[in-house]
Structures are given as C-alpha cells and as structure tokens.
Write a protein that binds this ligand. Sequence first.
Ligand code: NAD
Ligand code: IPM
Ligand code: MN
Length: 362
Amino acid sequence: SRVIRLAVIPGDGIGVEVVAEALKVLDAAVAATADSAGESVVFEKTEFKLGAARFLETGDVLTDEDLASIASHDAILLGAVGGVPGDPRLKNANIERGLLLKLRFSLDHYVNLRPTTIYPGVTSPLANPGEVDFVVVREGTEGPYTGNGGALRVGTPNEVATEVSVNTAFGVERVVRYAFDLAQTRPRKKLTLVHKTNVLVFSGQLWQRTVNAVAAEYPDVAVDYLHVDAATIFFVTNPAKFDVIVTDNLFGDILTDLAGAISGGIGLAASGNINPTGTFPSMFEPVHGSAPDIAGQQIADPTAAILSVALLLDQQGLPEAATAIRDAVTADLAGRTPASTSRSTSEVGDAIAASLHSLVSR
Ligand code: NAD
Ligand code: IPM
Ligand code: MN
C-alpha cells in the first residue's frame, strides 16, 4: 500500500478543534475509497505542537529541527496559529511570521489556492449571488509579506515605518503561469488579474506585462483586469462573473476573507499552499484563523478544514477520496437547518465522516 506521511499542525484556538474533525473525515474518506483507487493508501500522521500555546510553554516558535522534520513529510495539514490579537505575552513571538509565513516561504508555497463556491442550500449574505464558482490564485512567497521593511526613530514623533513589496519576474511569472494552466482546465477559461496598477505602478507593470506575455501562449483563455478596490465591489454585486483570479499576496489575503464571507461564512473557506514543483510538501489549511473569540466552545465550523483535506487529497493524486469528501460536505450543507446549526464542531465532523463510512457498506 502507498504510505503518505502527513505532518499535522493543529495550532491554536479552534485550529485544534477543526483539525480533529478534518482527520476524522480524512480517515473515513481513505477507508471509503481505498479499494476503488486500486491501491490502498495509508496516512501516517506526525503531530507537531506549534503555535502561540507552544511559544508560551517553551519559548519556541519554529525550531530548525521542526522545520526540517516537517519538510521531510509528503504533505501538511494545519489548523490555525496565533493567539489573541494584541496579547502582550506574544509581542516578541510573532507567531504568524515566525511560523506560518516561515513555513510558506521555506517550503516555497508560491501558489496559495483559495476556491470559492456557494454550495446548494447555503445562505449567502448576498440576496442574489448567482452561480458563484471562482478560484483565487494568491501569490504566496512575495509581495508585502517578505518582511522587507524597517522602522526609524521608533516611538518618537519622527518615526518612519516602511514595508516594501517585493515582486520578482521569476516569482510573478511562475504564479501567473499556474493561474493560466488552471484557467485552461476550467469550463469558462477566464482569468482576471487583480492589482492596483494605477498606484503601485512598478509592481503593477511587472504583473500586467507578465500576464500579457503569458496570455499569448493561452489563446483560449480570456483575460481581463480589475483594480483591487473595484474587485471588492464585484465580489459583492456580481461574484458570479469571476473564474480564476490571480493576484498578489496581500490583495489575495483580503479578497479571500471577503470570498469566504459571501460564500456563506469563513468557516467554509478552504485553501492550499502549493509547491507545484513538488520539491517541498504542500500545506493545506482553512482560510480562517484561530478565532480566540469562539475557541474551546466546540462551536467552530470544521467545514473549511474538512474541505482543505479534499484539496490535499486532490494534490496527492487521490481525486476519488477528494470527491467523496466534497459530496459528503455538499450533502451535509444542503441538510443544514436553523436547528442543526446548533450542532457542535465534532457533531458536524461525525456526520460527514458517517456519510463517508456509509459508502463503504454499499
Ligand atoms: P479569525 O479568522 O480567527 O476570526 C475572524 C472571525 O471569524 C471571528 O469572529 C471568528 O469567530 C470567526 N470564525 C473564524 N473561523 C470560524 C469557523 N471555523 N467557524 C465559525 N466562525 C469562525 O481572524 P482573526 O480574529 O483576525 O485572527 C485570530 C488569530 O488567528 C490571530 O492571531 C491571527 O493572526 C490568526 N490567524 C491565523 C491564520 C492561520 O493560521 N492560517 C489565519 C488568519 C488569522
Ligand atoms: C491567512 C492569514 C495569514 C496571511 C496571516 C495569519 C499571516 O490571514 O492565511 O489568510 O495573511 O496570509
Ligand atoms: Mn487571511
């Protein structure tokens, strides 16, 4: 049988709660589809205790040993990391940069894939959203996230703080190519570049020129452009117009929380941090964070983490298991009623896992 070594980082807050359900569903999906896939698959899981909780306990954010060990796995499942925003005890830790971004950068996750659909029966806050089915291809290793900045005269009236966006021809071209490849496989074959080329002219020109050049190799893909501020208008007024969106790291971050909200809630939004070359393991995680406001109450929606497992299975070449999860989630979402929204986090995971187990007995 094929062994897939999975590094599991539950993290903090609801990360721990939703990862427990995601693993439950992973095991159920693998059991339900192993035979039909031909070869049986075994996920061998290693748990890494990382995040704000670990930092408060030991002072470690991510040791070189942790990183090397995680990198030796085939894939990574992450819940969420980070404490209560503003917690003074975490001031010097910077869990988000030192752990999450360190993983994305070190493992060269240059594609941050964030799909959005409105599942049947799910209530969007938009009255009439239409047929929403788009994917944000967010650049994952560059932009304003690189830490290329600094501060002078900190704490004085003359303080100056900079945070300079880094965009390389290499980095932009590889993510743009990935987005075109993806658009080419989708029925509508449409790609929208989202940027702010009217103001961020240097990086904007690099992105637009790259899209124009690569577009010549994809004559079937229709290309357009939106400034990011206008894109937020259309996310609310006509999200069905989008197919594949390619954008920089920060714009992609902001747009995908909005995308989660219009799809019926951030608790439904899945993502994959992909290293398409396969040099390093890809990492799958819900778009949401550790949600300190609801942590420990078993009320978080585990669906985003569960759908992130489906992305993981796709990437591992197990599309049957991935589809089985999406079908089980689709059925669960369609059956959610106002009364069932009071189900606990683990009850939602149990229900989705149970419908996968019922596939085996058929
Ligand atoms: P958040 O996504 O954690 O929470 C925003 C709001 O959405 C909260 O009201 C929360 O209760 C709600 N929410 C989030 N996930 C939910 C779910 N599954 N079900 C139901 N409701 C859900 O964002 P935040 O409050 O800005 O950040 C909290 C912490 O998480 C911060 O430390 C932040 O840096 C970190 N963070 C981590 C990641 C990650 O690890 N990938 C992502 C985003 C934020
Ligand atoms: C996300 C998060 C992260 C990001 C933070 C926690 C570093 O918001 O995954 O969307 O900005 O990428
Ligand atoms: Mn975010």
